[in-house]
Design a protein around this ligand. Structure first.
Ligand SMILES: C=C1C[C@]23C[C@H]1CC[C@H]2[C@]1(C)CCC[C@@](C)(C(=O)O)[C@H]1[C@@H]3C(=O)O
Ligand code: AKG
Ligand code: FE2
Length: 382
């Protein structure tokens, strides 16, 4: 029976949910060891999402324009205009688009995927050497145990800082080697090269976004020239009950621009026209979406888009997410061309570290993060 995603699942017979209360004081903190959990037929209750958020498996595919960057990257003015127009159109609709002929070496992408196994397949005790500290966003995190007590995502992540500043040209490699050990030297080099490539690609996309908003190609490019970005490796182990949990819950990225490369397994879903849609894997394409910080920079002209990731019972899924973020001292404020009597300011000035701290210490990023952040800021400032 094909279950229509819009079916009100409450009308279907659901086993009566037992409302456990988290007895935090007497419960040992749950440790998510993927090598064990992937075989379990009964998911721990923390991983079971509420009925209204459980995934539907037969979602329609989102038809997303493939934006060819070849002409733009070689300086062809007509191709540049066309690419800027397509980027603008996608951002007016839902904020997601695919880019091809992006100039990133296919072998670098393949290595970035294959090296993930070298980390995520080692024993948990070794991975925990890179354990993310409370309130910090870098390091190894497995399902965020200790951070959230319910709606745990079925994933492990390794996140690290990238800086485009010349003086930090080996920050990724150094962090990974120092944290994981010298045997990860090659691992560190691959992700250093991958992040360098991502940073350059994102500056090109910032030129197209600037042109599409009529503020010129240098405006946002210069704003992000010395970006302090986050690279995240997402590792989604197989799950025996994939329809009860989520790999990554519904959210808008709080960051400025996300360049994502998903493997051939598939699982990324985007909420468009009041329905979840899948984005089919395409090895030659990067999935690009704007985040909350860029929504603020565009004075709400472009919207960050709700998306999530589902898991499956057969195979591990991997995705590489590069989150472009401005340098810490940059004030997020829209260019004057985007503010006038008809379109007054939508969000207050803020810096990225303030929004990042909000998501790491006070608020789990979802679809209303910027709204909640604005309220939180005003209370602090009042
Ligand atoms: C700044 C960030 C916070 C998250 C990683 C980056 C950009 C996306 C954010 C996130 C993926 C949104 C959903 C919830 C979250 C907790 C997760 O599932 O990983 C978010 C990340 C985070 O706070 O670690
Ligand atoms: O893994 C995916 O396809 C999406 C992950 C994501 O949205 C994120 O890490 O912000
Ligand atoms: Fe995301």
């Amino acid at each position: 029976m094909a279950i229509d995603c819009m079916t009100n699942i409450h009308s279907m017979s659901q086993p009566q949910k037992h409302h456990h209360h988290d007895h935090k004081e007497d419960e040992a903190p749950l440790v998510f060891d993927a090598s064990l959990l992937r075989h379990q037929l009964n998911l721990p209750k923390q991983f079971i999402w509420p009925d209204e958020e459980k995934p539907c498996m037969n979602v329609p595919e989102l038809v997303v324009p493939l934006i060819d960057l070849g002409g733009f990257l070689s300086g062809d003015p007509v191709a540049t205009m066309e690419a800027a127009r397509m980027v603008g159109e996608a951002c007016q609709k839902h904020g997601f688009f695919l880019v091809v002929n992006h100039g990133i070496d296919a072998s670098l992408i393949s290595h970035a995927h294959s090296y993930m196994d070298d980390f995520f397949e080692v024993p948990l005790s070794e991975k925990q050497r890179a354990q993310r500290k409370t309130g910090e966003h870098c390091g190894y995190a497995s399902s965020f145990t200790g951070r959230f007590s319910s709606k745990l995502p079925w994933k492990e992540t390794l996140s690290f800082q990238f800086s485009a500043e010349e003086k930090s040209s080996t920050i990724v490699k150094d962090y990974l080697c120092n944290t994981l050990g010298q045997e990860f030297e090659q691992f560190g080099s691959v992700y250093q090269d991958y992040c360098d490539a991502m940073s350059n690609l994102s500056l090109g996309i910032m030129e197209l976004l600037g042109m599409s908003l009529g503020v010129g190609k240098t405006c946002f490019r210069e704003f992000f020239e010395e970006n302090d970005s986050i690279m995240r490796l997402n590792y989604y182990p197989p799950c025996q009950k994939p329809d009860l949990t989520l790999g990554t819950g519904p959210h808008c990225d709080p960051t400025s621009l996300t360049i994502l490369h998903q493997d051939q397994v598939g699982g990324l879903q985007v909420f468009v026209d009041n329905e979840w849609h899948s984005i089919s894997p395409n090895f030659n394409a990067f999935v690009v979406n704007i985040g909350d910080t860029f929504m603020a920079l565009s004075n709400g002209r472009y919207k960050s888009c709700l998306h999530r990731a589902v898991v499956n019972s057969k195979t591990t899924r991997k995705s590489l997410a590069f989150f472009l973020c401005p340098k810490s001292d940059k004030v997020v404020s829209p260019p004057s061309e985007l503010v006038d009597d008809l379109t007054p300011r939508v969000y207050p000035d803020f810096t990225w570290p303030m929004l990042l701290e909000f998501t790491q210490k006070h608020y789990r990023a979802d679809m209303k993060t910027l709204e909640a952040f604005t309220t939180w800021l005003q209370q602090k400032r009042s």
